[in-house]
Design a protein around this ligand. Structure first.
Ligand code: GLP
Length: 243
């Protein structure tokens, strides 16, 4: 079973997540960071940037692997995960561009792109994997029902996820891509350490399910089987725990 840490506010949550990240970055000679998109990790990324600028913590030996990418959105689109990661983190720290891995959502052969990504990932062991969670319990873009044995694969986005993510696309669900390329659940579970960040009342249900029965209908519930995973929640996201 994972640890659940309930934080009083976002500052406390981001600080706790940041301290774990910093420990991994400074303790390893070649840290491998598994990174996520969405609004949940942005506070953590801000702290990493601040610390890099103030204290000189370096990412030049880090290798990064992102979880997922929309299919068919140009890299230059401001909501592509490629652009999101550069804007919110990579452009402000010293990780070399060649050490950054993000699935290719514009590959001519999408299935091959999945295999290539998984192969690249398997050459390393992720030291710390950052996760957010969807309101339907998805992690990365592994929607409910995804097999626990899945590796990097194509995933059609559910109506719920597209609705949730419409806020990044002028509130227009029609602009949200319908597909994604995502690390699978088995890929994610290989990480040595996992931290999942969830805030707000709209995550309360998925956090409740995550902590109840292990079942593919809530992909995040698989984290219960991980040896070193911690869920950081604010009081709103924790509000249905134990109910
Ligand atoms: C997207 C991402 C997930 C992320 C989720 C939650 O679907 N693919 O990795 O966890 O959004 O996003 P947010 O943190 O903005 O609520």
């Amino acid at each position: 079973m994972f640890n659940i840490v309930v934080c009083k506010d976002h500052e406390e949550l981001n600080e706790k997540a940041f301290q774990i990240m910093k420990e991994v970055v400074t303790a390893n000679t070649q840290p491998v960071l598994g990174l996520a998109t969405g609004s949940s990790p942005v506070g953590l990324y801000k702290k990493m940037i601040e610390d890099h600028q103030k204290n000189g913590t370096s990412y030049k030996n880090c290798i990064t692997f992102n979880l997922d990418e929309y299919v068919g959105l140009p890299k230059s689109h401001e909501q592509s995960y490629y652009t999101f990661m550069h804007t919110n983190l990579f452009d402000h720290i010293d990780v070399p561009e060649e050490n950054i891995h993000i699935p290719d959502g514009n590959a001519a052969d999408e299935e091959q792109a999945c295999r290539d990504y998984e192969d690249a990932l398997k050459k390393h062991t992720v030291d710390i994997q950052v996760l957010g969670i969807g309101s339907d319990g998805h992690i990365a873009f592994n929607e409910p029902g995804t097999p626990f044995t899945s590796e990097t694969h194509l995933m059609a986005l559910t109506e719920q996820t597209r609705q949730d993510n419409a806020r990044f696309f002028d509130g227009d669900i029609n602009q949200v891509p319908t597909g994604s390329i995502t690390q699978g659940l088995a890929s994610i579970m290989r990480a040595k350490k996992i931290i999942l960040i969830a805030t707000g009342a709209n995550k309360a249900k998925s956090i409740q399910l995550t902590a109840s029965k292990i079942d593919p209908s809530c992909p995040a519930s698989l984290l219960q089987r991980h040896k070193n995973s911690t869920i950081y929640v604010d009081t709103a996201a924790a509000s249905l725990l134990g109910k």
